[in-house]
Design a protein around this ligand. Structure first.
Ligand code: ZN
Length: 277
């Protein structure tokens, strides 16, 4: 992964980065005998300060869960970033210009940007559908669940109609390549060479964002009692790594900067713990 950025740049960046200051933004570090300690942010269940940061060595380590690494791996792990994204944050912080990426890496990041664009367009499309005539039943349902319009706006709820290709047609109309639409998981092809159709139909839609607030996936709540799945989520995609995504994490993190604790549920009902649909 690091191939596209010169090793020397990475080394310099690690050297220039204040690991205590950066980790200390997210974790409550206390100094004791040259080391900085805190509860571990990567495992739960105890109040012991098993997590330590060594500014001399430029590393962090938890002796309980054995999680450890340098300042880059901390950001990747803690903020669910990829390598380049973590490096970008540190470079900005250190006032260093990012080196030119090789053409292949550049193409890869353009491709990701394209997929993010598809997701953004989908969010807006579903929002408009919710407010259109075809979203009437969904709006009535939302009202019946006593969700205020400010919640609906804050969580950017939308509606996917029951038509087979509404979203697909809209995105194609925006000249998005078919393959990009499929790669976001928003649409799928029935079989080899078959027609492409929308994954989510007749559902109330809520976007899932990454820690930077970008749209990476959707959850959809079926309107019909007969739907095969009451809740349907996006599949894993180039943007959506289920193991590394936490619903509403981005806003939770900003809210957390002036709070001392975060309450979350990690079971299958997590989507519903924040927006009770
Ligand atoms: Zn740990």
């Amino acid at each position: 992964m690091s191939k596209s950025i010169p090793r020397e740049f990475i080394d310099k960046l690690i050297e220039m980065s204040d690991i205590v200051g950066i980790i200390g933004t997210y974790v409550d570090l206390r100094q004791s005998s040259g080391q900085y300690r805190s509860k571990c942010p990567f495992h739960d269940g105890d109040n012991v300060t098993t997590f330590s940061v060594s500014p001399q060595k430029g590393i962090y380590h938890c002796f309980k869960c054995n999680e450890g690494g340098n300042v880059i791996s901390f950001l990747m792990k803690y903020l669910s970033l990829d390598f380049i994204e973590a490096v970008e944050i540190l470079a900005k912080e250190a006032g260093l210009q990012m080196p030119e990426q090789d053409p292949l890496a550049k193409e890869k990041s353009n491709y990701r940007d394209e997929l993010f664009k598809v997701m953004e367009l989908s969010v807006r499309f579903y929002q408009r559908s919710l407010n259109s005539a075809q979203g009437l039943k969904a709006r009535e349902y939302i009202d019946s669940r006593k969700l205020s319009s400010s919640i609906v706006n804050e969580f950017e709820l939308g509606f996917a109609s029951n038509n087979r290709t509404d979203l697909f047609d809209y995105l194609r109309g925006k000249e998005i390549p078919e393959q990009h639409i499929i790669d976001t998981g928003m649409c799928l092809r029935s079989d080899e060479g078959g027609a492409v159709y929308d994954r989510f139909r007749d559902r109330i839609m809520y976007p899932i964002r990454d820690s930077k607030g970008r749209y990476i996936a959707f959850g959809g709540r079926a309107m019909s009692q007969n739907a095969r799945a009451k809740y349907l989520n996006s599949p894993e995609t180039k943007l959506f790594d289920k193991g590394r995504s936490l619903y509403n994490f981005g806003s939770a993190r900003s809210a957390l900067s002036n709070q001392s604790c975060l309450l979350y549920t990690s079971d299958a009902a997590d989507e519903r713990s924040s927006v009770d649909l």
